[in-house]
Ligand binder design. Structure first.
Ligand code: ADP
Ligand code: MG
Length: 343
C-alpha cells in the first residue's frame, strides 16, 4: 500500500469524527431544518416538525449480557431514543428496531428482548412499526430509530441558550455509572467464585439506574403544563460536563456550574465512596443517566423553583468567561469533560 495518511479515530474523538462527516453533508432539502449535530434531526411538516434519531447498542461495548437481562436491554434501547426526542421537547410516536443476532440466541431470548421493547412502547405511547433482522457474528446488536413530533414553535435545540440563562438538570446524576461499577465488580467476583450469589440488594437504586433508565417524558409534559419553554436542551448520555459543553459550544457561551448544586442520590454518593471515586466525577463524566439538561430564561425561574425534580445547578455566561466549576469551598476551576470514550 502507498503511504496514505492514517488518522486514528482516537486522535479526533467521536465528536471530531462526527464534525468531519457533517462538514460534507450540508442539507439540500429546504425542509431539513436540522441535520447532524443535535439530539435529533428535524424535518419541517408545516405546523409540526418531525424528529428522528437513532442509537445503537453493541454487546461488549454498551452492555454485557451476563448482567443485563434481555427485557431490560430491550427497554433501554427504546428509552435512550425516546430520551433524544424528549431533549428536543418532542413527543415520540414510532420506533423501528434493527437486530443483529448470533446463533447463540433462541426464539425465547428474542421474545424476552421484545418484552422490554413492548414495555417501553406502552410506557412512552409509541408504536413499533418496523425494523430489520440479520445475523451477527460479533454478538448482539440492537439499533433503534425513533420518530417524534413537536409544534414548530416549541422545538428546543442545543444552540438557543442566552447569557444569564439558568442551567437546570432533572433527577439525579452519577447513579448509572456507579451502578455499572457494582455490576462489573459482582461479575468479576462471580467469575472467580461461581458459587457466590451477587449481593445487589444494597445497590438497588444505582443498579436500576444502569439497567433500566427512564426517558424523562414526564418533564416534557410538565413543561407544557407549566408553560415553560427551555432555551436549550440536551439529554445526559455522556455525563454532565460533556453535555454542558455541547450547549456552550452550540450556543456560543460559557457556563458556571456549582459543585454543591449537582444532584446526587445518597446511594450513588455512598457507593462511589466505597470505590474511592469522587461522586462529582461520576456525575460530570459518568454518563448514561438520561436526565435532561436545559437552560431557561430568568423569567421562568419562578415556575421551576419549587419543583422537586428540577435542580438549578448554574448559569450560562459569556464565552470569554469560560466554562467554570465552582467547588464547595468557592474555588473557581476550569470545568473538565472526559465523557465516555468508546475509541
Ligand atoms: P446523542 O448522544 O444525542 O445520541 P450523538 O452524540 O450520538 O448524539 O450524535 C450527535 C449528532 O451526530 C447527532 O445529530 C447524530 O445524528 C449525528 N451522528 C452520529 N453518528 C453519525 C454518523 N455515523 N453519521 C452521521 N451522523 C451521525
Ligand atoms: Mg442526546
Amino acid at each position: 500500500m502507498s503511504e496514505e495518511k492514517r488518522t486514528e479515530i482516537g486522535e479526533i474523538g467521536e465528536f471530531g469524527l462526527i464534525d468531519r462527516i457533517a462538514e460534507k453533508f450540508e442539507p439540500k432539502n429546504e425542509k431539513t431544518v436540522k441535520g447532524i449535530g443535535d439530539d435529533t434531526a428535524v424535518y419541517d411538516l408545516g405546523d409540526k416538525y418531525l424528529l428522528t434519531t437513532s442509537d445503537m447498542l453493541l454487546e461488549g461495548v454498551h452492555f454485557d449480557l451476563s448482567y443485563m437481562p434481555l427485557p431490560h436491554l430491550g427497554y433501554k434501547a427504546v428509552a435512550v431514543n425516546v430520551s433524544d426526542i424528549a431533549a428536543m421537547n418532542g413527543i415520540p410516536k414510532q420506533i423501528t428496531v434493527n437486530l443483529g443476532l448470533s446463533n447463540r440466541f433462541s426464539v425465547e431470548a428474542v421474545e424476552a428482548l421484545y418484552e422490554g421493547i413492548k414495555a417501553a412502547c406502552d410506557e412512552y405511547n409509541v408504536d413499533l412499526v418496523g425494523g430489520d433482522t440479520t445475523s451477527s457474528s460479533a454478538g448482539l446488536v440492537i439499533s433503534v430509530t425513533a420518530i417524534g413530533e413537536v409544534d414548530r414553535d416549541k422545538v428546543v435545540y442545543r444552540n438557543g441558550a442566552m447569557e444569564n440563562d439558568i442551567l437546570c438538570v432533572t433527577g439525579d446524576l452519577g447513579g448509572a455509572f456507579v451502578g455499572l461499577q457494582i455490576l462489573e465488580r459482582e461479575k468479576a467476583e462471580y467469575l472467580a467464585n461461581p458459587d457466590m450469589q451477587p449481593k445487589l440488594d444494597k445497590y438497588d437504586y444505582v443498579v436500576g439506574r444502569q439497567l433500566k433508565p427512564k426517558a424523562r417524558m414526564d418533564i416534557i409534559h410538565e413543561f407544557k403544563d407549566l408553560g415553560i419553554q427551555p432555551t436549550s436542551m440536551i439529554d445526559v448520555s455522556d455525563g454532565l460536563a460533556s453535555e454542558a459543553f455541547h450547549l456552550c459550544k452550540q450556543s456560543g457561551l460559557g457556563v458556571a456550574i456549582y459543585e454543591d448544586k449537582i444532584p446526587i442520590e445518597k446511594q450513588s454518593f455512598e457507593t462511589a465512596a466505597e470505590f474511592s471515586i469522587d461522586p462529582n466525577s461520576c456525575a460530570l463524566n459518568g454518563g448514561e443517566d438520561y436526565e435532561l439538561l436545559f437552560t431557561i430564561g430568568q423569567d421562568d425561574f419562578e415556575k421551576i423553583k419549587n419543583h422537586a425534580d428540577i435542580h438549578t445547578i448554574g448559569y450560562m455566561q459569556a464565552q470569554k468567561k469560560g466554562r467554570t466549576f465552582v467547588t464547595r469551598n468557592q474555588n473557581v476551576v476550569e470545568l473538565q469533560a472526559q465523557g465516555w470514550k468508546h475509541f
